[in-house]
Ligand binder design. Structure first.
Ligand SMILES: *[C@@H]1O[C@H](CO)[C@@H](O)[C@H](O)[C@H]1NC(C)=O
Ligand SMILES: *[C@@H]1O[C@H](CO)[C@@H](O)[C@H](O)[C@H]1NC(C)=O
Ligand SMILES: *[C@@H]1O[C@H](CO)[C@@H](O)[C@H](O)[C@H]1NC(C)=O
Ligand SMILES: *[C@@H]1O[C@H](CO)[C@@H](O)[C@H](O)[C@H]1NC(C)=O
Length: 244
């Protein structure tokens, strides 16, 4: 608890210093902007904000040299959950759920091939057995299992030398929170396409302009592909009920 407080205090101080720093459009990678640009992660973004995870992540991105990997569930993934799934857990557990989608290490797709299970997520304490998330790979195919949910990384939304954001078409429900209730998977769910979608290589438009930054050769793979988002109203309703 004291640790958390200390962290929040640090975060607060960092936020203040970030605000007094000269405003520059280019800066450290910003998870919110990445997800906004990708377009079909409204629910996940709202959860990131509601649990204060977005600020924390952005701060980590600016300070960590290990990078961050995010498994971002699509809006469809959230709307495919059994009604009331998010609502069935308290806000502390909602934060764990969000943290479960985040690894405090940068993984490229090929690096998952040598990752050891369970992956170290930001959920729980340092004990990876508390909220285990396992990965299996076959070539460029990356499968994830929580023991409750199996899914496949279906797209690379973003990747540079600090941050990788991968699209998943299911919400990663941790065993510790959903193991006993085992919410039924949506009946009409189609299997994920085995072929990853094409990424559009973007130029260095997002490169940090900081004097000490040496990421000139960082590449950004930004998927510009947007899928039509259906059932927005339903998703908004779910979030409204579960977060506020
Ligand atoms: C990022 O970190 C640097 C050095 O710690 C700091 O000067 C800068 O203001 C931070 N930027 C943001 C946007 O947090
Ligand atoms: C990230 O982007 C969001 C949305 O544009 C903005 O509100 C927020 O202040 C940014 N955070 C940082 C640390 O730059
Ligand atoms: C990944 O999941 C798909 C779909 O369930 C399955 O066909 C494939 O064999 C799995 N691959 C690995 C490496 O686990
Ligand atoms: C995850 O991997 C660990 C270590 O290999 C294994 O003990 C555990 O049973 C696995 N869990 C799932 C759900 O695959």
């Amino acid at each position: 608890m004291a640790k958390l407080f200390h962290f929040l205090l640090l975060l607060f101080i960092q936020t203040i210093s970030a605000q007094v720093a000269p405003a520059a459009p280019a800066g450290p990678t910003n998870i919110t902007q990445v997800l906004e640009k990708a377009g079909q992660f409204t629910t996940f973004m709202k959860l990131l904000k509601a649990t204060q995870t977005a600020d924390r992540l952005n701060s980590q991105l600016n300070n960590s040299n290990q990078g961050i990997t995010v498994f971002a569930p699509t809006d469809n993934a959230f709307s495919s959950l059994k009604a009331g799934t998010l609502n069935s857990i308290n806000s502390q557990d909602q934060m764990q759920l969000v943290q479960f989608h985040i690894l405090p290490t940068l993984y490229s797709i090929s690096q998952f091939q040598t990752a050891s299970n369970p992956l170290h997520t930001q959920a729980g304490n340092s004990d990876d057995g508390e909220y285990p998330l396992n990965v299996t790979t076959s070539g460029n195919q990356v499968n994830l299992t929580t023991g409750v949910v199996d899914t496949t990384v279906s797209n690379t939304i973003f990747s540079d030398n600090q941050l990788a954001v991968y699209q998943v078409d299911k919400v990663l429900l941790p065993m510790a929170l959903f193991g006993s209730t085992a919410p039924a998977a949506a009946p009409a769910e189609a299997p994920a396409p085995s072929k990853p979608e094409k990424n559009v290589r973007a130029g260095a438009a997002d490169s940090p302009a900081g004097s000490s930054d040496s990421s000139a050769d960082a590449s950004s793979a930004v998927s510009l592909k947007r899928k039509t988002v259906e059932v927005v109203t339903f998703v908004v309703a779910v979030i409204a009920v579960s977060c506020f």
